[in-house]
Design a binder for this molecule. Sequence first.
Ligand code: ADP
Length: 418
Amino acid sequence: MGFYLGIDFGTSGARGVVVDEVGIVQQRVLYPFEMSPGVDLTNVWQMALFNLLEQISGELRREIKAIAINGTSSTVLLCDAVGNPVDAPLLYNDGRGAVVMDRLKSAAPPNHTVLSTTSSLAKLLWMSQQAFFTQAKYFLHQADWLAFLLHGRLGISDYHNALKLGYDVEALQYPEWLEKLQISIHLPKVVIPGSAIGELRPEIAAKYNLPKDCLVCAGTTDSIAAFLASGAQSPGEAVTSVGSTLVLKLLSRTRVEDVRYGIYSHRLGDLWLTGGASNTGGAVLRQFFTKAELENLSQEIDASQASALDYYPLLKPGDRFPINDPNLPPRLEPRPDNPVEFLHGLLESIARIEARGYELLQELGADKLTRVYTAGGGAANDTWTAIRGRYLKVPVMPSVNTEAAYGTALLAMRGMKE
Ligand code: ADP
């Protein structure tokens, strides 16, 4: 029997999931940490990684064939010639890149994914202006660096992490405009997510009783890992995350990009994972109802009946997808006295926005929607699922699994089978 280990580095901790040859979970391990300012993050990540390995039972560990790691997208760092970080990493949501936007705009094509203050490339440009940059040899994403700790090879990334660095995932090369920025750093060589990079460093295999020939695979990002976990795999299959916000992802044979709506596509083998994110979602529900009220009141709603209330639930003005209007006002009137009716209107309106989102993706060229998996806090609400099914007109079901670490374990497994 062979096992596969997926490791997810999220915002509140690291998780590991071990699966067998058919994807059944054998063990879950967790190492919580805080990404608070002042903490030596790379040190914490390193401790987390090795602590997770230690927590895995000896029996499983002995037969792990491959390991892959996902990090948070656009969490990046610089390191020296032997892989030691030269400064603290910049986290996914760090907006320091704002000061280099003019330079970036003059180099990158209009509307490119890198033109965001939090993109990996914006962060790299900011770093290139700092004193510590002279000590740096490699620019890596969080997942690249953590994998390096296991396989010992520097300067390798995958095309999911590298998308926001400007890597051309269609031509599979760095574009000319990026070379013209002349950043004196070793940009990572980009490989297919899940592909084998190399065997574990012998000292790590020995110390943790892992097989000498256990492979370390190229990783991915957290949100793609969660998609891989969902069960969606054919064109037309989608995953909606109904969390604080509403995030849509649709698997398609065509690549869809439209910066006006914040729509872009990740490459997934021969397919494209396209999607967009709306500011509507569960956070607005929590403004009016407790979790218990959401559960109880939902049971009183007749999901087969359409509500006449037409809202656009937002916490504050502005949305981008499926309506691009930075000033779009929240629409939450009229508010009926009966809380069941009010909640019905809210759930129904969010479902309408979700359906409009998928319609927009299809209008822009994505494959026809055939099935929607659901992740996030709202996935457990059967009434809402029924309402959403009425608008989406395709089967709606919970994701098979919602853990990024599980998706990354599957990535390690499939990478080996290809
Ligand atoms: P996040 O996006 O912050 O990770 P979660 O995926 O944990 O959020 O989902 C939390 C959201 O799920 C909350 O905003 C809440 O409104 C929503 N939620 C939780 N339980 C229910 C429920 N029974 N019905 C509808 N929405 C729910």
